[in-house]
Design a protein around this ligand. Structure first.
Ligand code: F0G
Length: 457
């Protein structure tokens, strides 16, 4: 059989409210054309994020009931620790409430003024935590990674030559660690190859720099390695994931992605001295070291999620659903970041709405049009989110790409939901000239994409 089916059946359902165009027009106006301000109930298909939106399995829910809520040394903690040790081989495993809590602890300990932390592309919260410590975050993704049409199989790779030049230029003592984001969310959900991780590790270790993974989507990265990297197709995703972790000295994980849970995170490291200090910070703001800001039931759900996510049938279905969405959009002539990555499809809004210049936010205009037309919520990743001002000239600097991300929650939507999304995009493409640009009427000083108010032009 050629059809790849959802490898699960549905035991519990959550009804979707099917709204009309008129109702959505009203909701859009009330939200001042900002989809973060629209109640989720008024969204039919919510592709805002794949984070914390997974459907849990019957075994995960069973674990929630079994959860041991003891303060110290709960049974659920030992279960979680065993699963994570087996998966990653890391000596120190710290539970946190989500990815950014792991980042905050790591960079409070390793960052600081004068320090520089390279990555392929830092995710926003990672960058924000690095900058909050006074350090500088530097993106060193390969050139292919910023070209939407380039079909390089590993567009998340770090440019090793650029990494070497950075080390030479500023000295290894100013680089407390190097990160690799797997998959590279800010760069289109693109994977990093094992060959690249090995090369980066070699350079880092030659200069005494630890290599950390931002491993939120480690299983999807492993599955993409299995599909795309020469010599890897015969290995299990679990074995590949273990090799990724074996190449690293530590990792931050938001379990809200490949942990298949609604809340949870992990901080991993091998260095004993660093772990001792991290434990102190964990206790200070998250919780005792055997629960770290979570309930025992959350640890059970994570332990089970980290096992299920490496199931080969699940991963095949997962990558196929993302590729299916991407391929159907491409076949209809809708420009996306190619090839499809692990968790989302990124539409090239600048090419889709050529009549809307970056200053009138083509991505935000498309996100609003897609919601109005079909009740689908995506997210703008362009001039609204990555707005910056040149300190010398005072002029607005636009990011290199104006994208709309359609992120697929795990195990939540079926193929017909994806077909509906494709149909909506094709219908929008036929009337793209009627999509109107936007102007900001009110905006907070930082993180404006969450609360800014817009009006149509
Ligand atoms: N790193 C990456 C690569 C991420 O994608 C995220 C979250 C984080 C770190 C932070 O994790 O949310 O648990 O604190 N990404 C979500 C998204 C929010 O929509 O892409 P968190």
């Amino acid at each position: 059989m050629k059809t790849i089916i959802e490898p699960f059946k549905i035991k519990m359902v959550e009804p979707l409210k099917l709204t009309t165009v008129e109702q959505r027009e009203q909701a859009l106006r009330k939200a001042h054309f900002n989809l973060f301000q629209i109640p989720a109930e008024d969204v039919i298909i919510d592709l805002l994020t794949d984070s914390g939106t997974s459907a849990m399995s019957a075994d995960q829910w069973a674990g929630m009931i079994r959860g041991d809520e003891s303060y110290a040394g709960a049974r659920s903690w030992f279960h979680f620790e065993n699963v994570l040790r087996d998966l990653t081989g890391m000596a120190h495993i710290l539970p946190t409430h989500q990815g950014r809590a792991s980042e905050r602890i790591l960079f409070e300990l390793t960052g600081g003024p004068g320090k520089v932390i390279p990555s392929n592309n830092h995710f926003d919260t990672t960058r924000a935590n690095i900058e909050h410590s006074g350090a500088r975050a530097v993106d060193l993704v390969i050139a292919e990674g910023t070209d939407p049409r380039n079909r390089h199989p590993f567009k998340g790779n770090i440019d090793v030559a650029k990494l070497e030049s950075l080390i030479e230029e500023i000295g290894s003592e100013r680089i407390p660690l190097c990160m690799a984001t797997v998959t590279n969310n800010s760069g289109g959900g693109q994977p990093v190859s094992l060959a690249n991780l090995r090369a980066v590790r070699e350079v880092c270790h030659r200069h005494g720099i630890p290599l950390f993974l931002d491993a939120c989507r480690f299983a999807e990265n492993a599955a993409l390695i299995q599909q795309r990297e020469p010599g890897q197709s015969g290995r299990s995703a679990r074995a590949i994931a273990r090799e990724m972790f074996d190449l690293a000295d530590g990792a931050t994980i938001s379990a809200k992605k490949d942990g298949l849970v609604n809340i949870g995170g992990v901080l991993l490291m091998r260095n004993d001295a660093l772990a001792l200090r991290a434990n102190d910070l964990l206790i200070l703001t998250e919780g005792f070291v055997t629960y770290g800001g979570l309930a025992g039931r959350d640890l059970e759900a994570m332990a089970q999620g980290f096992v299920e996510v490496l199931d080969e049938d699940y991963l095949q279905y997962r990558l196929r659903s993302v590729a299916y969405l991407g391929e159907h959009l491409l076949a209809a002539g809708i420009p996306i970041v190619e090839p499809p990555g692990g968790h989302a499809i990124y539409i090239d809004a600048a090419s889709f709405c050529t009549h809307i210049p970056p200053r009138h936010f083509p991505g935000q205009a498309l996100v609003c049009a897609l919601y109005r037309h079909a009740g689908i919520r995506g997210v703008e990743i362009g001039s609204v989110m990555f707005h910056s001002v040149d300190p010398d000239t005072g002029e607005t600097v636009h990011p290199p790409m104006e994208l709309v991300r359609l992120a697929l929650p795990r195990r939540v939507y079926t193929q017909s939901h994806i077909d509906y999304t494709v149909e909506a995009m094709i219908e929008l493409a036929a009337q793209r000239d009627s999509i109107r640009g936007l102007r900001i009427v009110e905006s907070p000083p930082t993180l404006r994409h969450f609360t800014a108010k817009f009006t149509e032009i």
